[in-house]
Design a protein around this ligand. Sequence first.
Ligand code: PLP
Length: 221
Amino acid sequence: MSIQDNINALHDKLDHGNCLLVAVSKTKPVEDIMEAYDMGHRDFGENKVQELVQKFDTLPKDIKWHMIGHLQRNKVKAIAPFVHLIHAVDSLKLLKEINKQGEKNNRSISCLLQVHIAEEQTKFGFSENELHQLLASQEISNLNSVNITGLMGMATNSTHDSLVRSEFRKLHSFFNECKKYETSNIHFTELSTGMSSDYHIATDEGSTIVRLGSVIFGERN
Ligand SMILES: *Cc1c(COP(=O)(O)O)cnc(C)c1O
């Protein structure tokens, strides 16, 4: 199966859920991205700033670049001029830096807040309580150069579908609860959940964006 075949097969599956497919191209060469681009695919995801910037410089400018990985504050500046959506905002400090860089670039940068939903200790993200506090605070509503469009979460890396499903379901219900905090720059329209191993569950449980790498481009080294 070619990259294009893989994307076509995914479109058939995802259409039912009205879900955006972000093709996760990390570690893959620009030729692979162009194969997807040539069939009209425009949304690509990377998890490292340096690689993201290099690919942005090389590739057509109508690509929508998604920063899906953990982002350090000192690296926001490099992607602020062009990034389409930052998926994994996990602190107010980071959000403030994104706001500052958005201001400098005269644009409003779209962000998702990452929620910690997995059992693993290592995964980044806010707890539900932390987010309730943050979303209710005056501080967040003053950040006029960020546009919060929803939440992102990663389920436990597990073959137990029922565990993964319950994590996605809980996040979806929290996402709906968050709608009460909507303001001019905070909206809850996007829920970024689902990777190659669990997107079939995520789309059942309210996902509006899936981030898929290996099912499109093959396994990474
Ligand atoms: C790598 C990555 C993905 C895609 O992983 P696959 O298993 O290859 O689909 C999705 N989300 C994040 C945050 C990633 O780092």
